[in-house]
Design a protein around this ligand. Structure first.
Ligand SMILES: NC(=O)C1=CN([C@@H]2O[C@H](COP(=O)(O)OP(=O)(O)OC[C@H]3O[C@@H](n4cnc5c(N)ncnc54)[C@H](OP(=O)(O)O)[C@@H]3O)[C@@H](O)[C@H]2O)C=CC1
Ligand SMILES: O=C1O[C@H](COP(=O)(O)O)[C@@H](O)[C@H](O)[C@H]1O
Length: 600
């Protein structure tokens, strides 16, 4: 794929974009001249404002016409005549919407090849996400899905396998089985070795047949173990990359085990791909409430002024699963919970939470800010970390296996299935604020959330009404990523009546109650973004380097010193060491300290 320079991809061109502001438009004979990069029909609003950064970038000024460039038709410039807009009684903005909305995508095709199609992730997440996108009319008119793996399968067998995982989870259920049939008819399979250029040539031939001479855009999803990433990229690059459209590769985690192996992986990928072609996926970035984090921060006046050490006492990132490594012990044992969850999912959320305001919502501007905040962080230290491992437990007559009872896990494994850590950002905004993380498997509940605990009210007039425990009276903002998505703010208020009794209540945005539409799976959003060349939610290589730089010294020390994890029973709240760690920083874990928790 090295032959495909980024210029042949339909790139979002975001690095060179600037926010359009109506006041920057030209005067006199000139009209606004707009290049629409990274435009997607899904984002076309009924009425646009040219200052909306996601859709429009001003690139140049031309006499008498607006030039609209769209991602699928990068080479084509579509003039939008101001006169024509006037004739139709439309604004230039409305005329742009008309023109972009009517661009035919006849000449374009997208082929999505799921490499490792026989595997768990492909079945569980990727094919269902593709179907959901198809169902929602989000895929381009001409698209083909190919499964690729070593297992022998016919097209029909692949369809059968895929059909068993497709669910009509979407609200408009009427056409589901019809839509499923139509989707499955677009799915094909090619069996081949991962390091065989010949096998990828055969794939290329089949892809071309389906592309039917249209501009060919190709997306490869590497849903395979990381040790074969480079083989696949090399073979696909030499034998199956697009010759006249873009070629992109989605890479699944783990992106290495430490700084060195991650850098080696990046070097390997870059022998065949340019950075713009690599879409490193962290599916937590595709989750609705993580996507909403920036909206919450930057579009609400009430939050951003509070978003610093001045008002925030601590921030907690909590991940828990109520099941063990069942079935994935082999993979998990050589990674452990710190690499599996903390170094990527939780750290990514932390970066979005703590970054400075980006210049714009463009991918590069956001990723620049994330890198900056990651580089301002202190590498983790062993005395700020607690590790645990779940042990067997009998509950209600059921025997829940311990981690090392799993046949795929060595009996003497000291791989952590739980970890808690205190992290610090040494910059002006966050100096001294503990950012606590906690992640564990086989705990009492499944939950992912961000908890922001605010400082005490100075000179609190109502001190006596709270009793001794003033911590209980501080405001807390909870962003529940899953399940049962919600954002709630704990406030103090007066219990109605003649006395003066204070109560803690939640101002609650409960998604299920507020929105009837089902929340899309993270993989849907991310796949669509990759198809559209939107890189905002994918990890850039320097972000990855910065993330590994924080965790690598700790991971090495844990391994070298053979730190034995504290055992906790399957289904419990995890090791008690996590409480000592938080207490060291005067913090109480929000998910277990409060009686209010029952009411969340
Ligand atoms: N499963 C999950 O929930 C998650 C997975 N991931 C990551 O996604 C990727 C895919 O995950 P998953 O589907 O679980 O992986 P699998 O272990 O199921 O592997 C996917 C496919 O790769 C092929 N394969 C497996 N092992 C080897 C090997 N040693 N050498 C060559 N080919 C092999 C197999 O296909 P065949 O034999 O037919 O060629 C298999 O069906 C991995 O990188 C994983 O870490 C990330 C997050 C969650
Ligand atoms: O990446 C991973 O994520 C899953 C949890 O994802 P979720 O979307 O179901 O919350 C985790 O189970 C797995 O160990 C890890 O590799």
């Amino acid at each position: 794929m090295a032959t495909l320079s980024s210029s042949t991809c339909y790139s979002s061109s975001s690095s060179s974009s600037s926010l359009y502001s109506p006041s920057s438009s030209s005067s006199g004979n000139y009209v606004r001249s707009v290049s629409i990069s990274s435009v997607s029909k899904r984002f076309l609003p009924k009425k646009i404002s040219l200052s909306s950064p996601r859709y429009w970038n001003v690139v140049n000024m031309q006499d008498g016409a607006v030039t609209a460039k769209t991602t699928p038709l990068l080479a084509n410039e579509i003039p939008v005549k101001e006169e024509k807009a006037k004739e139709g009684g439309l604004s230039v903005e409305e005329e742009i919407i008309n023109v972009v909305g009517s661009i035919p995508d006849e000449n374009e095709t997208v082929s999505i090849t799921v490499v490792g199609a026989s595997g768990d992730l492909a079945k569980k997440k990727i094919f269902p996400a593709l179907f959901a996108l198809y169902y929602e009319d989000c895929l381009p008119k001409h698209f083909t899905v190919f499964g690729y793996a070593r297992s022998k399968m016919t097209d029909e067998e692949l369809r059968d396998m895929v059909s068993r995982t497709l669910t009509c989870r979407i609200d408009k259920r009427e056409n589901c089985s019809e839509k499923m049939e139509q989707f499955l008819a677009r799915c094909f399979y090619h069996s081949g070795q991962y390091d065989s250029e010949n096998n990828f040539k055969e794939l290329d031939k089949k892809l071309k047949e389906h592309e039917g001479g249209r501009v060919s855009n190709r997306l490869f999803y590497l849903s395979i173990p990381p040790n074969i990433f480079i083989n696949v990229v090399k073979s696909a690059s030499c034998s199956a990359s697009s010759s006249n459209g873009w070629t992109r590769v989605i890479v699944e985690k783990p992106f290495g085990r430490d700084s060195e192996s991650s850098a080696a992986l990046t070097r390997g990928l870059k022998e065949y791909l340019v950075e713009d072609q690599i879409f490193r996926i962290d599916h937590y970035l595709g989750k609705e409430l993580v996507e909403n984090l920036s909206v919450l921060r930057f579009s609400n006046l009430i939050f951003e002024p509070l978003w610093s050490r001045q008002y925030i006492r601590n921030v907690q990132f909590i991940f828990s699963e109520d099941f063990g490594t069942e079935g994935r012990g082999g993979y998990f044992d050589s990674y452990g919970i710190i690499r599996d969850i903390m170094q990527n999912h939780l750290l990514q959320i932390l970066a979005l939470f703590a970054m400075e305001t980006p210049v714009s919502l463009d991918a590069e501007d956001i990723r620049n800010e994330k890198v900056k905040v990651l580089r301002s962080m202190r590498p983790l230290q062993l005395d700020n970390v607690v590790v645990g491992q779940y042990k067997s437990c009998i509950k209600g007559g059921v025997n829940y296996q311990g981690y090392t009872d799993d046949e795929t896990v060595p009996k003497n494994s000291i791989t952590p299935t739980f970890a808690a850590a205190a992290l610090f950002i040494d910059n002006a905004r966050w100096d001294g604020v503990p950012f606590l993380m906690k992640a564990g498997k086989a705990l009492h509940t499944r939950r992912a959330e961000i908890r922001v605990q605010f400082r005490h009210v100075p000179g609190n007039l109502y001190k006596k009404n709270f009793g001794m425990d003033l911590d209980r009276a501080t405001n807390e903002l909870v962003i529940r990523v899953q399940p049962d998505e919600a954002i709630f703010l704990k406030i103090n208020n007066k219990v109605p009546g003649l006395g003066m009794k204070l109560d803690r209540s939640n101002l609650n945005l409960h998604y299920a109650a507020r929105y009837s539409k089902e929340i899309p799976d993270a993989y849907e959003r991310l796949l669509l973004d990759a198809i559209e060349g939107e890189r905002r939610l994918f990890i850039r290589s320097d972000e990855l380097d910065a993330a590994w730089a924080l965790f690598t010294p700790l991971l090495k020390e844990l391994e070298e010193k053979k730190i034995v994890p504290e055992l906790y029973p399957y289904g419990s709240r995890g090791p008690v060491g996590a409480h000592y760690l938080s207490a060291k920083y005067n913090v109480r874990w929000g998910d277990i300290s409060s009686a209010d928790y029952q009411h969340e």
